[in-house]
Design a protein around this ligand. Structure first.
Ligand code: GLY
Length: 371
C-alpha cells in the first residue's frame, strides 16, 4: 500500500481500536485509526476498569479461558505500556470479593468455588468473620463471600490513552472527528470506508466501533451488536477503607482509586445514555447493601455508558467469512477493558497468519450467521 493508503483502517478509536492498532503496528502493519471523537455513551471512559474474569464467570462459560488470558496478559502489557508511554495505568491486583446475603446466595457461591477450583482457577470461600476482618465497613448480615484473588482492575481511561499513544509511537495514524458510515467493497473485497468527510482507501477494514458497529452500512449482514446501558456513580471515598472491589449479586463497589465507584445497571435502552433516578436508586441500593455507609456519602458524579452487547455476550473477533479483508473486533459487552489487550494480540496474529494456540470459536464472527 502507498503511504497514503494504510494496510488496515481501524474504524473506532476506543480501547479496542487502540489495542488493535498498537498490536498491528508493532508487527509492521500500517494502520490508520478513524475515530468519531467524544461520543455520548462511549463505553471506555464510562467503565470502572475491573479485570474480573473469575468474579464474573458463569459455569461452562465458553469465554472464560479467553477472559483469564485477557486478565493475565496485563501482567506483561501494563509494564510495557508504562515504560513506553510514561502513563500510569494504575493496575491493581488485590482480588475481587463477591458477597452472599442469603443462604441461597451462599450455596451458589460455594458451588462456584467448587467448580472454579476444578477448572484450575484461584477462588476461595471466605467465612463471614474473615470477610469482616478483611473488609472493614462491610455489611454485618452477610453469609460470607468468594474471593477471586487474582482478579483486579486498571484505570480504563489511562489504559486507553497508553494504548493509543503507544500505537502512534509504533507508527499508527489517528484521525479524530470523522464518523465512518459505510464500508466500501469491490468484487467481494473491502477496499476502504466512507466517512462524513469523504472516502478513504485501505488494504483492509477492521470494525472496532463498539456499540455503534451495528450502524455501519456496507457489511454483508447486519452486525449483532446492540447498546446495553450501564449506569454508574462516583461517591466520596469511603474513609479508612483499604482498597477493595466487592460485588454483590446485583452490583459492585470499586474502592481502589480516589473515588468510590458504584455500578452498574444492564439496560436495553437503545442509544439513550441518560442517567435516571430509577437507575441511580438501583445502583445505590445494591452498593449500600454491601457497604451501608455508602448510603450517606456525597454523590460526586453520575453517568452511563453503552456496552456493545451481542446475543451471547461474547465479542466478535476475526475476519468476515465472505468479504475478504473485512475484520471485526467488537461486541465486547461487559468485557471490553478485560479483553482489549488480548483482542489486539488476536487480531494481529490472525492478520499476520500466525498460529493461535487457543480456541477462538466463542468469538467467531460467523457464529450468528448460520441461517
Ligand atoms: N464488567 C462490569 C460491567 O460491565 O458493568
Amino acid at each position: 500500500m502507498s503511504s497514503d493508503s494504510p494496510d488496515v483502517i481501524v474504524v473506532g478509536g476506543g480501547i479496542i481500536g487502540a489495542a488493535c492498532a498498537r498490536a498491528l503496528s508493532i508487527v509492521g502493519i500500517q494502520t490508520l485509526v478513524i475515530d468519531a471523537g467524544d461520543r455520548e455513551g462511549a463505553a471506555t471512559p464510562a467503565s470502572a476498569g475491573m479485570l474480573a474474569p473469575v468474579a464474573e464467570a458463569r459455569r461452562e462459560d465458553p469465554l472464560l479461558a479467553l477472559c483469564v488470558r485477557g486478565r493475565d496478559l496485563y501482567g506483561e502489557l501494563v509494564p510495557e505500556l508504562e515504560e513506553e508511554t510514561s502513563i500510569d495505568v494504575h493496575r491493581w491486583t488485590g482480588g475481587i470479593l463477591q458477597v452472599a446475603f442469603t443462604e441461597e446466595e451462599a450455596a451458589e457461591a460455594k458451588n462456584r468455588v467448587a467448580w472454579q477450583r476444578q477448572a484450575g482457577l484461584h477462588s476461595d470461600w471466605l467465612p463471614v468473620e474473615d470477610v469482616k476482618n478483611r473488609f472493614p465497613g462491610i455489611a454485618d448480615d452477610l453469609f460470607g463471600g468468594v474471593l477471586a484473588a487474582e482478579d483486579g482492575a486498571v484505570e480504563p481511561t489511562a489504559l486507553h490513552q497508553a494504548l493509543m499513544k503507544s500505537a502512534e509511537m509504533h507508527g499508527a495514524r489517528l484521525v479524530r472527528g470523522q464518523t465512518v458510515s459505510a464500508v466500501l467493497t469491490e468484487r467481494g473485497r473491502a477496499t476502504g470506508v466512507k466517512t462524513n468527510k469523504g472516502s478513504t482507501n485501505g488494504g483492509a477494514v477492521l470494525i472496532a466501533a463498539g456499540c455503534w458497529s451495528g450502524e455501519i452500512e456496507g457489511l454483508p449482514r447486519p452486525l449483532s451488536v446492540e447498546p446495553v446501558k450501564g449506569q454508574m456513580a462516583a461517591l466520596e471515598k469511603l474513609p479508612e477503607e483499604p482498597p477493595s472491589i466487592v460485588y454483590g449479586f446485583h452490583g459492585y463497589v470499586v474502592n481502589v482509586g480516589p473515588e468510590t465507584l458504584i455500578g452498574a445497571t444492564m439496560e436495553h435502552a437503545g442509544f439513550d445514555s441518560s442517567v435516571t433516578d430509577e437507575g441511580f436508586a438501583q445502583v445505590l441500593q445494591s452498593a449500600s447493601r454491601i457497604y451501608p455507609a455508602l448510603r450517606d456519602r456525597r454523590v460526586l458524579r453520575k453517568w452511563a455508558g453503552l456496552r456493545p452487547g451481542t446475543p451471547d455476550g461474547n465479542p466478535i473477533i476475526g475476519r468476515d467469512a465472505e468479504v475478504q479483508n473485512l475484520w471485526y473486533a467488537t461486541g465486547h459487552g461487559r468485557n471490553g477493558i478485560l479483553l482489549a489487550g488480548l483482542s489486539g494480540r488476536i487480531v494481529a496474529s490472525l492478520y499476520s497468519g500466525d498460529e493461535i494456540e487457543y480456541d477462538l470459536a466463542p468469538v467467531d464472527p460467523a457464529r450468528f450467521w448460520t441461517i
